[in-house]
Design a protein. Structure first.
Length: 242
């Protein structure tokens, strides 16, 4: 059983940090001349995320591990692990962020001012940050981006929160939960090496935030929704609204 856990950990350590990085470098070159480059890149992302997730589901199906143990269950409040101050602070920040996303999503549909603001912000990011070139531009790309966002929300929470937190806690029961979630979050950060060093640092911090939220709720289901919305809102901006 432990060998299976290590297999997933090694995958998280090597596949996305290495293959994902070089695949993105290839994509950056192709997208300049190939109008279908983003579509193909999105399809590659869907496959690379679902394969390990389905492998984890097979582990659950054929071992004693339950879906509840990897966070696939209804939320149950837990303030004991991190204490009420940290837990409620993270809850509050998550709610603020959630309603902020809803505000901009609704505003984009009904407010010209907000629509223009998001468009300018997106254009600025694309010009100044190389990895923002993956953001969709056409209607077709934005439609496929919906599935990429949903896939990222489901699979990354299953892998980096649900399963890895469980596996690391099992493999290193003597270690504190803080060390466990930091390592799981670092692996999550490494999956974003294509964003550069600061991107890894930023996503590691996001991973820590999501991990505390996960432990506080005992469920990845709310995290899937929040994760999806964070990625989904990124498609807004530009003339196409698909």
């Amino acid at each position: 059983m432990e060998s299976v856990y290590w297999l997933v950990i090694l995958f998280a350590l090597m596949y996305e940090p290495i293959f994902g990085y070089f695949d993105f470098q290839r994509f950056k070159k192709e997208v300049k001349n190939n109008t279908n480059a983003r579509i193909q890149y999105y399809l590659n992302c869907l496959v690379s995320l679902w394969v390990p997730t389905l492998f984890i589901f097979l582990i659950v199906a054929y071992t004693d591990i339950t879906f509840a143990e990897i966070g696939v269950k209804l939320p149950i409040l837990n303030i004991e692990t991190f204490g009420p101050a940290i837990t409620y602070m993270v809850f509050a920040l998550a709610l603020i962020y959630f309603f902020g996303i809803l505000y901009y999503r609704i505003g984009y549909a009904y407010s010209e001012k907000i629509r223009a603001k998001l468009t300018v912000a997106k254009e600025k990011e694309i010009k100044t940050t190389s990895f923002f070139v993956i953001l969709p531009e056409t209607v077709k790309e934005k439609r496929l981006w919906n599935y990429v966002s949903l896939t990222a929300g489901i699979t990354e929470e299953v892998i980096y929160r649900g399963f890895l937190v469980f596996a690391l806690s099992f493999l290193f029961p003597e270690q504190s939960i803080w060390l466990v979630i930091f390592f799981a979050s670092f692996l999550f950060g490494l999956a974003h090496t294509y964003q550069g060093v600061m991107g890894v640092v930023r996503t590691t911090i996001v991973g820590l935030f999501f991990s505390i939220l996960y432990i506080g709720l005992g469920s990845i289901l709310p995290l899937i929704i929040l994760h999806f919305l964070v990625d989904y809102i990124a498609k807004f901006g530009g003339e196409e609204t698909g």
